[in-house]
Design a protein around this ligand. Sequence first.
Ligand code: SF4
Length: 66
Amino acid sequence: MANGKPAGVRCIQLGDDLRCMIFGDPRRPACCAGLQPSAQMCGATDDARGHALAWLTQLEIDTQPD
Ligand code: SF4
C-alpha cells in the first residue's frame, strides 16, 4: 500500500475524464511525478492505456512480498 490506498484501487484524485485532478499541485505524490511513460509500459498499439494497466498489474504481481 502506498499513499494510503492498496495497489489496483482507483485513486481518489483521478477524474471522470481519466485526468489527475491535482496535476501540477505540490500535493501530488512524488511517485506519480516519477512515473514516466515508456515504450515498455505503454506498448506499441493504439491501446496504450490497456497495455499500461496490464504491465502495471504484472509489475505489482512480480514485486509482491513473499
Ligand atoms: S497522478 Fe497520482 S494523484 Fe494523480 S490521479 Fe494518478 S495516482 Fe492519483
